[in-house]
Design a protein around this ligand. Structure first.
Ligand code: ITT
Length: 206
């Protein structure tokens, strides 16, 4: 039985850690919160650019297999706002402020997007992105999760993310999809390329 591979996730958001763990639980990959450094968060319209820039800074300081994730809610009626500014908008306008901006909306379509950048042994290795389409509800529903979860219903369901248990959110989540892409890519690549075996951790090739 191969030992677990350990990935370090640099984030200040513990909900993201829980979601990442749920997303990779079937792949024999363990997610640890990377506490050693602070994440650099640049302002940019492109989530991949934000994630890649944060990763570039961190891989200079560690050889561990590390990743960062940047995400946002893109609302059609608001031309993609708050998008890459979601964290700031959540802290300032909040969920109710965003619902106010939606009062006259002809379309309630929106999508969550996620970009994950991964590196190891001082090198950038890969970036993956995913999106989950859905709609913005007129009222908040549910208490689970974080951020805009109470107002977002992913396509093909009738529950908001905040009404779902973690396992159910993981089926639909933009973040779970992007992190699963990373896990599958890693498992495939690490069979071919022994350099992908972490130097600092006691893991075996899978
Ligand atoms: P780190 O940067 O430290 O990882 P963060 O919460 O600040 O944590 P982001 O910069 O990626 O993360 O900000 C994304 C924001 O978008 C987040 O604060 C939420 O308001 C919103 N968001 C992203 N994914 C979400 C999700 O799955 N559910 C609810 N809101 C989400």
């Amino acid at each position: 039985m191969p030992r677990l591979t350990e990935f370090f996730f640099l984030t200040s958001n513990d909900h993201k850690i829980e979601e990442a763990r749920a997303a990779v639980s079937q792949y024999n990959i363990e997610i640890s919160k990377f506490e050693e450094f602070k994440k650099l968060e640049i302002q940019h319209v492109d989530l991949e650019e934000i994630a890649n820039t944060a990763l570039a800074q961190i891989i200079q300081k560690t050889d561990k297999p590390v990743f960062v994730e940047d995400s946002g809610l893109f609302i059609h009626h608001l031309n993609g706002f708050p998008g890459p500014y979601s964290s700031y908008v959540f802290e300032t306008l909040g969920v109710e402020g965003v619902l106010k901006l939606m009062e006259e909306a002809k379309t309630r379509k929106a999508e969550f997007r996620s970009s994950v950048a991964f590196g190891m042994n001082g090198k950038w290795l890969a970036t993956f992105s995913s999106a989950t389409e859905g709609t913005i509800q007129p009222k908040s529903r549910g208490t689970n999760g974080f951020g805009f979860d109470p107002i977002f219903i992913p396509m093909w369901t009738s529950k908001t993310f905040a009404e779902m248990e973690l396992k159910e959110k993981t089926v639909y989540s933009h973040r779970a999809k992007a992190i699963s892409k990373l896990a599958l890519w890693y498992l495939n690549e690490s069979k071919k390329n022994l350099d992908l075996k972490p130097k600092e951790t006691e893991t075996e090739a899978i």
